[in-house]
Design a protein around this ligand. Sequence first.
Ligand SMILES: Cc1ncc(COP(=O)(O)O)c(C=O)c1O
Length: 463
Amino acid sequence: MVPDSSPSADVASRRPELYAALAAADRWLDSASTRRVPASTDSSQVARSFAEVLPPQGQPATDVIGELAAAVEPGLLASASPRFFGWVIGGTLPAALAADWLVTAWDQNAGMRGATPGVVAAEDAAARWALAALGLPSGAGVGFVTGATMANFTGIAAARDTLLASMGWDLDQHGLRGAPELPVLAGAQRHSSIDLALRYLGLGRPVEIPADRQGRMRADALASALADIDGPAIVCAQAGNIHSGAFDPFGELAELAHARGGWLHVDGAFGLWAAASPELAGLVGGLSAADSWATDAHKTLNTPYDAGIAIVRDPTALTRAFGHHADYLLAGVLPDPHETVPEMSRRARGVPVWAALRALGRDGLAALVLGMTTAARRLADGLAALPGVEVLNDVVYTQLTMALRDDDATAETLARILAEGVAHPSGSRWQGRAVIRFSVSNHATDAAAIDETVAAVRRALPS
Ligand SMILES: Cc1ncc(COP(=O)(O)O)c(C=O)c1O
C-alpha cells in the first residue's frame, strides 16, 4: 500500500538534503530584492571553489548542497529582483516555483501519456488554458519545449514538412537533398533564434524583409518579395520586438503567405501574452490567422526555466514532423507528448505552466501582462524626463530602449548602472546606435522599483 501524502513529523530528519536546499533557496529568494542585481563575481572565481579533479570519496547529500550553495551564490544573477530588466528574462511566480520542485521530486518522464498520465493530464490542461488565453484555435497541437528557440524550431519544422509534402516531396524518404525550393522570409529585426532554427532545419538564411522604424515587418515589402517567388514560402513574423516591443501586422502577413499556399509562423517569445490582456489584445490583431506560434512561459508568464511552448494550428502537422514509434514504447490513441516535440525523454515542464496559470486565473494573467506594460510606460516617462536621455521606441508593451547623445556616453552610463548594482538593464545596438534596453518581465516589478530604477539611471548619467 502506498502511504497517503500527509506530512510526517520526522520528514526533516529523513530528508535533510531537501531541507538544506529549502533553506538555501529561502535565503536566496529573501535576498533577491535587496542584494546587488548583477552577479558579484565571475565564473573563473566561482570555479576556484570546486576541486579540479573529482575527489575519490563522496560526501553526504546535505554537505553537497551546502558546498554548492556557498560556492555558487556569489555568482548568481538576481533576476528575481524587481529591478532586473536585462535581456528578456522573466521572474518566477511562487506557485510555478513550487510546482517545479514537485516536478523534480516526481521525476516523471513526460513523453508517454500511458506511462505518466498524471503529469501529462496537467500539461494537457495547461495547453488548453494557454490556447484560450492567447486566443488561438482550441484544436491546435501543443508541445512543451525548453524555450522559444526550440519552439521556433518546432513550428518551422512543422511548416517545412507540411509545405514540402504539399509539393509532393517525401522528406522522410529523401531528406532535403534534391527537395523543391522552399524559401523562408523573415523581418529584418527578427530574433536570432529564427536563424538558428532555420540553420538546424537545413533551410539556410531567410530572405530579409525590411522593417519600419519600430522594427515591424512591412507588409508591402513582403508582398513585393513574394511576387518574385514561385510556389509556397514560410513567412516568419514576430510578436514583440526585443528593442521596441512592437508587433508585426499578422493579419496582412497571413493573407499574403496564404495567398500562395504558404505558412505564417509567429515568434512570440514574450509578446504572445499581450493577447491575454483585453487592454493590449489590439496589439496582436490577426494573430490567430497564423499557422504556428512560438512562445515562452519562462518570460512573461514567469515560470522558472526552462519552459517554451510550440503551437501548431494543424496538430497532424506537428506529429508529421516529430511523431515516431518504436516497439519498446507505448502506443496510444491520442498522440504522445514526445510526438509533438524534438526530444523523447523530458521533464514535465508543462506542470509549472499549469501552476502559473492556475495561480493567476484569467484575470490575474491579464493583470500580470498589463502590469508589466504599465511599469514599462512609467519607466519611459521617468527616463525621458532625465537630462540627455532619449527613449527611442514607442513603449506599447514591456520593452524600452534608451540612448544618450553618443555611443560612448551610453556605454559609460550602462557600465555605471551595472557597477552600482541597484538596477540591471542590458546593452545592445539598435537603429545604428549603442542603446540601453529595459525589459519589464517580472511580476514583482512595481512602481517603487521603477522609481528606484529611474533614480539609479539619474545617478549614472554623465556629469
Ligand atoms: C523574440 C524572441 N524570440 C526568441 C527568443 C529565444 O528564446 P529562448 O531563449 O527562450 O530560447 C527570445 C529570447 O529573448 C526572444 O526575445
